[in-house]
Ligand binder design. Structure first.
Ligand code: ADP
Ligand code: MG
Length: 463
């Protein structure tokens, strides 16, 4: 199998495991440039964004897929490459900005481009079912709700940017979308744009590929309310952050409103560019936490009523007492009870609820946390792959996550130092001891690290 065939087969394999949009965005115009005698594969990619994403996010996917056809593959890296660049240019291109790359390509035929002013403004992707009126407020989210409300009434004038953070399924997206809907209801001429940070990146890359990056940026200038959901996904994507910073600043300077959500506070987003972090911290930061029992009961009543489903208080209480972690799960549990009652034509009773939720409740009980849970959470949180985390490699971006993993294995699982060393490529127990002590010592003076560890623990126990 030659390199071209190997890459074709590998792409076929990768295509099966990621979404079509992501596949198209990140793998188009990629190729294997070389495989050296140490089985290190060099992949040519069209720009710096693709390089970052392939090396960070898709690293493991690519390696796994390559190894299906060539098991001896040892590692991979990406270089920026266009088919007619010479070898010298390829090497030079590695240090260039992606936007510069785009400008080096031949200018597109202007007749094919619509003049900017004729372009449609960005279409809003709001879901009408998310409203303030069906958002139940409890102690856990009242500040966030109040801040969102205030922002809607005073776009760009108070709290800018507004930064909302909290764990999964706690209602961040609902709140953001409700804001967008409320602003449009008041004034349908306003340009409201809701986008996830992943889609933002995809759009950005496509605009670079299609030579429409200037239009892309100009279109953003028209927005009155820009809502970026799940901004933690920008972590580690330096080039995307640079473009985002540019757009952010432009809007901010003309007093346009920006609202951002994330699963953690700005200070805990690893590898967030300092100037972006300080911009985020310069506005208003609010959190949403888990709802208490009373709020969970209120949410269940509201959701059941929305669907015209009659539920006794004791059934509602049973569900609310047993499903505590997030509202999405709470909704899921309620849907399950309703479905079972519909199918069996039975009135919902405690017994039906018990039967319907038996599995969920049993599996939701705090089970003992495993080593793999800790490793999984760390690699997801810091966007490093398992293999690298567990290896002996000394790349700067994995050293800290690895030390934190060792620390948590000690504090949460009570593993022995030799046992921990064993998990990390058969290291000596002194390495594990050193890592534990380093993190414990640093935490004493470093509030940011303390918060980070708290977020990680929450994730580990929430799995
Ligand atoms: P997040 O974005 O924080 O992961 P979502 O906004 O997607 O969470 O919420 C998950 C589900 O729970 C959605 O269907 C949402 O409507 C619902 N939900 C969350 N919080 C509330 C609330 N306070 N009142 C009513 N529904 C809620
Ligand atoms: Mg969300």
């Amino acid at each position: 199998m030659n390199n071209a065939e190997l890459w074709q087969s590998t792409l076929g394999q990768i295509e099966l495991s990621i979404s079509k949009a992501n596949f198209g965005t990140w793998f188009k115009n990629t190729t294997i440039l070389s495989i050296d005698d140490k089985e290190h594969v060099v992949i040519g990619v069209p720009n710096g964004f693709a390089k970052e994403w392939l090396e960070n996010k898709y690293h493991t996917y690519i390696l796994d897929a390559l190894r299906v056809f060539r098991p001896q593959v040892a590692g991979l890296s990406c270089v920026i490459y266009t088919p007619n660049t010479s070898k010298r240019q390829i090497e030079g291109a590695q240090t260039k900005e992606a936007s510069t790359d785009a400008s080096q390509k031949p200018a597109p035929n202007p007749s094919q481009k619509q003049p900017y002013h004729q372009k449609q403004p960005l279409r809003s992707t709001l879901n009408e079912k998310y409203l303030f009126s069906n958002y139940i407020v409890g102690e856990n989210n009242e500040l966030a709700k109040a801040a969102c409300h205030a922002v809607c009434e005073n776009l760009g004038k108070i709290y800018n940017p507004l930064f909302i953070y909290g764990g999964v399924g706690l209602g961040k997206t609902h709140l953001l979308q409700a804001m967008g809907n409320a602003v449009l209801k008041k004034d349908s001429e306003k340009h409201v744009y809701y986008i996830s940070s992943e889609k933002f990146t995809n759009d950005l890359i496509n605009s670079i590929r299609n030579h429409t990056i200037d239009d892309f940026k100009k279109t953003y200038q028209k927005i009155d309310l820009l809502i970026i959901d799940d901004v933690q996904f920008l972590s580690g994507k330096e080039k995307t952050q640079q473009e985002f910073f540019y757009i952010f600043n432009n809007l901010y300077q003309i007093n346009k409103q920006i609202v951002i959500s994330s699963d953690r506070p700005p200070k805990s987003i690893a590898t967030l560019e300092e100037r972006l972090r300080s911009r985020f911290e310069g506005g208003m930061i609010v959190d949403v936490i888990k709802p208490d029992l009373e709020t969970r009961v209120a949410i269940l009543h509201a959701k059941a009523q929305e669907r015209n489903f009659a539920l006794d208080d004791e059934v509602v209480r049973y569900i609310a007492e047993n499903i505590k972690n997030n509202v999405r799960e709470l909704e899921g549990a309620l849907n399950r009870v309703m479905a079972i009652c519909d199918l069996s034509q039975k009135k919902p009773s405690i017994e039906t609820a018990q039967n319907a939720l038996g599995d969920i409740i049993a599996s939701g009980r705090k089970r003992t946390v495993q080593t793999s849970d800790v490793i999984g959470v760390i690699s997801e949180h810091y966007d490093v792959n398992n293999e690298e985390l567990l290896s002996k490699g000394r790349k700067r971006e994995v050293v800290k996550p690895r030390q934190i993993a060792m620390y948590l294995l000690r504090t949460e699982l009570n593993l022995s130092y030799p046992g921990i060393g064993e998990h990390f490529g058969g290291r000596d127990h002194t390495t594990a001891l050193h890592a534990y002590e380093k993190i414990a010592r640093t935490m004493k003076d470093d509030e940011r690290l303390r918060d980070e560890i708290e977020v990680l623990k929450e994730k580990i126990y929430d799995i």
